[in-house]
Every structure is written in structure tokens, then in C-alpha cells.
Design a protein around this ligand. Structure first.
Ligand code: UTP
Length: 465
């Protein structure tokens, strides 16, 4: 870029009070200068300003929560005949090649404190397979069961992209075929000072950027060309899951089937909350629209409301497993800006005006993220399907030692599900051993039954593979 063009960019930044980004430009090498200028040019300062200024217009969650009802749901105790019909509808769609899986893996995993992409974290209680491998194996299990290849799209971010690609390549695509796996990157947003709105620099030539949230998937699917490719391939449904939940059943036909039979555009798997104020998103219906109220936004007296039988009125907890119509995502992706940004106050290291790196211990910055579940109220119809938390949800969020959602609690849950499947087949396992089942050996409890007829017992760590 020529000095004249610098000058006009500097002026433009000045009108947004962001010209401090030029402060160290002269001291940078030519390559670093052009990288920084590219970063600056990629920022939509109008959108940024609108978003930060909009933070005053907060949502009145109290008023909204007062109107919240339990969502339209397929509960877990549906008649077996209803479940069978749904399973068959889902199975047909999978066998017909209409389903693709999407795994979001762009998060920074700060709470876990693992220095690589979270998907590389080893979680198999006996096998020590990684989270990525657990998902790839679950998908391989589905492909074997339904006799079809299922595309896998993995969303990464600049924080996880290179290592994720390297990992899949060096691990032979984890048993999948290279053509079947598509890795694509989400966008980023700059962190800004929470007082002044100034974009933060993390070094003289680099803006403090972070991934734009899992809701960034809407824009990223379009920009990567995946939506168009999928339409051409005849994909009609996306099965969406997060990399940090190893109990996800890849492309569960039951969930897909309910989605199809109900004519839902976006279906969410939920679990019954264990107690009123549990820290999960509450899936509710407000004025006829399905949406999520974060636990932190739900007033306690609303959370505590019960039905006549004493059960919680707002019972549905979000576990971030969704089935989405490809056409619905396509339509939303034409206007991705309409997903709101959520503001998170975080401690972000930054260069001060003297050029010194400051590492704050309290939140000094605002990070901006979009959430995929904000698509729910945009759907013409969005239903929820209840799953059993023990079978479908054991996320790895926190480092060992935290009260919940740690590697240990997740490993235990993987093992416990395997033990329940074995118990159904008449095999008892002692409490103190860990058990794991590879999805190619058995994809579900019925597969275990057909593998192991009769009784028996297991007393040491065992991996059925
Ligand atoms: P979380 O909100 O739990 O964030 O992401 P995280 O990055 O994994 O962990 P913390 O909050 O920094 O400790 C839930 C899922 O959404 C994905 C994550 O990879 C995870 O699978 N995600 C999150 C993205 O793909 N992109 C994002 O920008 C944020």
C-alpha cells in the first residue's frame, strides 16, 4: 500500500477513533506492515461501532422470561411406536445421503487450559482416543450401520486451524476418507477496550483478534462454498455438534427423524435440567418462538416455577446438538449480520500507548461472539427432542479439579454409558474399572446385545474394539 493510501486509511480510522492502530506502523518490517493493514482493512468498523454502541440497549430478560413457556418438545417417554417411526425416517434420510455432520472446533478452550485445539485432547477412558477421534469413530460407526458415506465438516478458527489440519493429515484422516472431510475457518472479531471501544493491539503489528463465536458458522459456511457444494450433493440436513462433547451420537437417526416428521427447520436436542438454576441454556418458547435464555439471564423465581406435578416448568437444558435444514441455513446465510453479537467481558493482553504489553488480571476488554442458537427464533418451526443426559452429554469444559465438566467427569460418563449397554446385554462390570466401546464394534446398545449374548462380568479396564 502506498503512503497516500495509508493516509486515507488513517483518516478513515480517525473518524472511528481507531487511528492508534497506525501508531507503530513505521517501526514494522514491510511484510508486517502489509499484514497489519490487511487486518485493519478486513474489519467492518461501521458494524463494530454499531455493536459496541448497541450494548446499552440491553434485552429486558425479566419481561421476556415472564412470558416463557416450555417449548414444543418430543419427550423421552414417547411411545416406542412413535420413536420407531421417527428412527426409520431418520435412517432413510441418512441412507439416501441427505445428511452431513458439522463439528464446531474453533473455540480457544481457555477454561480447559490445553495448549492445542481441544479436539486433540485425549478423552477415551481406556483407549485414550482424542475428542476428534471419538467423533470420527462415531461417524464411522453410523456409516457402517447405514451403509453410506457421510460428509464431515469441521469448523476451525485461526487459533485451531493449522494444528487441526496437520492432526487429521498425520492421523490418516482418523479412518475417514480425505475427500469426505472438509475443514473450513470461521471469522474473527477484534477485541476492544471496554471503556473506550478502541480496538486492542496484541503486538505492534497485530490486532487482538478472537473467533467470532459458534454462530460464525452461518457466514463461514457460505464463504467457504460449503452450502453450495452441499446443495449440489443433495444434502438436506446438517447434524451439528460441538467438539467438546464425546457422547454425541453422530447423526442420531431418531433426532433427524423427528426433525423431518415435524417439519422443523431447526431441532435441538435437550436434556431435563437436574435442578432449577442449573448452569445450562434454557430452551423455552416465547410468543410462539423457540429460543434460549442463558441461565444467567433467567430470574430465579422464573427458574423455580413448577407444574402441578412438581416438575420444573422450564425443564429443557440446551446441549448444543442441533439438526438444521440446509435450505434454512442457506436462507439465514444470505443475511448473516442479522445474528446478534453477544458481548463478553474478558481479560485480554494489549499494548498500551507507550507500546508496553499489559496483562490485565481483570476484564478490560469486550469480545464479540455470535451464537448458533440465535437461529432458533428465526425458524418457521423449531422443536426440541429430549435425550437422556447420561447418554448424550458429557462435555469437557474445565480443567481437572473443577466441580463439573472436567476430563474425569467426561471419561467416567463415557465408561458408564458403555457399562449400561453391557448390562442390557447381561454383562455386569465392577464399579472401579473403566470400560469403553469403539463405535465400529458396537454403535448402540442393540449392537452390543447382538455381539454379546449371555451373561458375564468385567473386573478390569476393558476396551471393546
Ligand atoms: P465454548 O463456548 O465452550 O468455548 O464452545 P471454548 O472455546 O470451547 O472454551 P472456553 O470458553 O474458551 O473455555 C463450545 C463449542 O463451540 C466451539 C468450541 O470449539 C466448542 O466446540 N466454538 C466456540 C467455535 O467453534 N467457535 C467459537 O468462536 C467459539
Amino acid at each position: 500500500m502506498m503512503p497516500l493510501e495509508w493516509e486515507s486509511l488513517r483518516k478513515r480510522l480517525g473518524s472511528y477513533r481507531q487511528d492508534h492502530l497506525f501508531q507503530h506502523l513505521q517501526s514494522l518490517s514491510e511484510a508486517d506492515q502489509s499484514r497489519l493493514l490487511r487486518e485493519i482493512e478486513a474489519i467492518d468498523f461501521d458494524e463494530l461501532q454499531r455493536t459496541i454502541q448497541g450494548q446499552g440497549e440491553s434485552v429486558d430478560w425479566r419481561a421476556l422470561s415472564a412470558r416463557a413457556e416450555s417449548p414444543q418438545a418430543i419427550r423421552i417417554d414417547q411411545a416406542a411406536s412413535v420413536q420407531r417411526v421417527a428412527y426409520e425416517a431418520g435412517e432413510r434420510a441418512i441412507r439416501d445421503g441427505k445428511v452431513a455432520m458439522i463439528l464446531v472446533a474453533g473455540g480457544q478452550g481457555t477454561r480447559l487450559g490445553f495448549d492445542k485445539p481441544k479436539g486433540m485432547f485425549r478423552i477415551g477412558p481406556v483407549s485414550h482416543r482424542s475428542l476428534f477421534a471419538m467423533h470420527a469413530d462415531s461417524l464411522r460407526g453410523a456409516m457402517k450401520k447405514f451403509g453410506v458415506s457421510i460428509p464431515l465438516m469441521i469448523m476451525t478458527s485461526p487459533a485451531t486451524d493449522a494444528q487441526t489440519r496437520e492432526y487429521f493429515e498425520s492421523h490418516h484422516w482418523l479412518g475417514l476418507s480425505k475427500d469426505q472431510v472438509k475443514i473450513f475457518q470461521q471469522g474473527t472479531m477484534p477485541a476492544v477496550d471496554r471503556e473506550t471501544g478502541a480496538v486492542l493491539l496484541e503486538s505492534p503489528g497485530r490486532i487482538a483478534m478472537s473467533p467470532d463465536g459458534h454462530g460464525g458458522i452461518v457466514k463461514a459456511l457460505r464463504l467457504s462454498g460449503i452450502l453450495d457444494d452441499c446443495r449440489e450433493q443433495g444434502i438436506e440436513y446438517f447434524y451439528y455438534a460441538q467438539v467438546d462433547n464425546p457422547l454425541v451420537v453422530a447423526c442420531d437417526p431418531l433426532l433427524i427423524g423427528h426433525h423431518i416428521l415435524e417439519g422443523s427447520q431447526m431441532t435441538t436436542q435437550v436434556v431435563q435440567k437436574r435442578f432449577a438454576t442449573e448452569k445450562v441454556g434454557n430452551v423455552v418458547s416465547i410468543d410462539g418462538k423457540t429460543q434460549i435464555i442463558e441461565y444467567s439471564d433467567l430470574p430465579e423465581e422464573v427458574a423455580q416455577q413448577t407444574n402441578e406435578d412438581g416438575s420444573l416448568k422450564l425443564w429443557a437444558g440446551n446441549i448444543a446438538v442441533h439438526v438444521m435444514d440446509r435450505a434454512f441455513l442457506d436462507e439465514c446465510s444470505r443475511d448473516p449480520e442479522s445474528l446478534p453479537f453477544h458481548l463478553a467481558f474478558k481479560a485480554v493482553p494489549y499494548l498500551d500507548s507507550e507500546g508496553q504489553l499489559v496483562r490485565p488480571s481483570t476484564p478490560n476488554a469486550i469480545k464479540l461472539e455470535r451464537f448458533v442458537f440465535d437461529l432458533l427464533p428465526r425458524a418457521s418451526k423449531a422443536i426440541v427432542v429430549e435425550g437422556d443426559a447420561k447418554d448424550v452429554f458429557a462435555p469437557v469444559k474445565n480443567a481437572e479439579g473443577a466441580a463439573s465438566d472436567t476430563p474425569s467427569t467426561s471419561k467416567r460418563a463415557i465408561s458408564d454409558r458403555a457399562k449400561r449397554w453391557l448390562a442390557e446385554a447381561g454383562v455386569e462390570c465392577s464399579q472401579d474399572c473403566l470400560v469403553e466401546i469403539h463405535p465400529l464394534w458396537a454403535w448402540d446398545a442393540d449392537d452390543v446385545k447382538s455381539r454379546l449374548q449371555g451373561s458375564g462380568s468385567i473386573h478390569s479396564d476393558t476396551y471393546f474394539a
